[in-house]
Design a protein around this ligand. Structure first.
Ligand code: GUN
Length: 289
């Protein structure tokens, strides 16, 4: 069996078309959707991610405010900037690029963001709503993965799902979203003893390790007809690679995402959708009741 490639670029483009239309509607209603990005320090990867996010916004008509600050930026300065953005009525979404430099406190920084502007869905308030099945703003990568399942009509109810990741950004929110859809979810991580066995028991494997030198998901670890979603990114011989050996996996899986061109474009598209949602919340157009 050769599986079907899940084309994240095509699905992301269809999401972006819808977002573009929503932005136009909001503008008709007098709302100019605006995302503020905050990048501290000079990490080249983070800098290029933020630049891509800015370009994506421009592409669909979302205005951006770009805050790039030095490595030495203090917690107090960062807190003041977030307070300012929280109170700025022209700003609908706030994205603080992670990871932050070591001297800054990620949890307290994220916690300071107003939940209605939290386009990453990472504040404790929104994480709590997600765990209760009531969130409006949800983390972008998990949301993008759910969108891929829906686009390809991949059934989740009653399926055994293994997630290899336990982060606040990916594994934990994804756990709740999959549970909400009646999947039986197992979260695996660096201390999991029988990872291959867990994966072999899964209808769907979602891997987000991001260290190809340390971990590769191979075809021997999945069952015939499994769905494989690859969130990991590493550099192998200078080239972008996922966690999975895609060429081997696709011969055995029913569906699999490539890297690049799978989950990455969906994460970016979901940030745009969340920004439009936040702009709609600001007008009282969306509530979670
Ligand atoms: N760093 C890596 N992924 C993300 C993300 O989705 N949001 C933020 N804010 N930082 C990240």
């Amino acid at each position: 069996m050769t599986g079907q490639k899940i084309d994240g670029v095509a699905v992301a483009n269809s999401v972006k078309d819808l977002v573009r239309a929503s932005v136009a509607e909001l503008k008709n209603d007098g709302v100019e959707p605006c995302l503020a990005t905050v990048l501290i320090g000079d990490d080249p990867a983070s800098s290029s991610y933020v630049t891509s996010k800015q370009k994506d916004c421009a592409d669909v008509g979302i205005t951006t405010k770009d805050h790039r600050l030095p490595q030495e930026f203090t917690q107090m300065e960062l807190d003041s900037l977030i307070n300012l953005l929280n109170n700025d009525k022209t700003v609908h979404g706030i994205l603080v690029q992670l990871p932050l430099p070591k001297l800054l406190d990620e949890f307290s920084t994220i916690s300071r963001i107003s939940p209605i502007k939290d386009v990453d869905g990472l504040t404790p308030y929104n994480a709590g709503l997600l765990a209760s099945g009531r969130a409006i703003l949800k983390p972008c990568t998990p949301l993008g993965i759910m969108e891929l399942f829906d686009y390809y009509n991949i059934e989740l109810s009653g399926k055994n799902v293994v997630i290899i990741n336990r982060s606040n950004l990916v594994g934990k929110p994804l756990y709740h979203l999959m549970l909400e859809r009646d999947a039986t979810v197992t979260t695996c991580h660096s201390k999991t003893q029988n990872l291959a066995e867990q994966c072999l028991g899964a209808d769907i494997v979602i891997t987000a390790v991001g260290n190809r030198a340390h971990f590769t998901l191979t075809d021997s670890m999945i069952r015939e007809g499994a769905v494989v979603i690859d969130v990991g990114t590493s550099r192998v011989n200078g080239k972008l690679a996922g966690d999975a050996d895609y060429e081997g996996i696709i011969k055995k899986a029913s569906y699999a995402t490539p890297v690049p061109g799978g989950v990455g474009p969906m994460t970016r598209a979901m940030l745009l959708r969340n920004t439009v949602t936040a702009a709609s919340i600001s007008k009282g157009f969306v509530t979670n009741r």
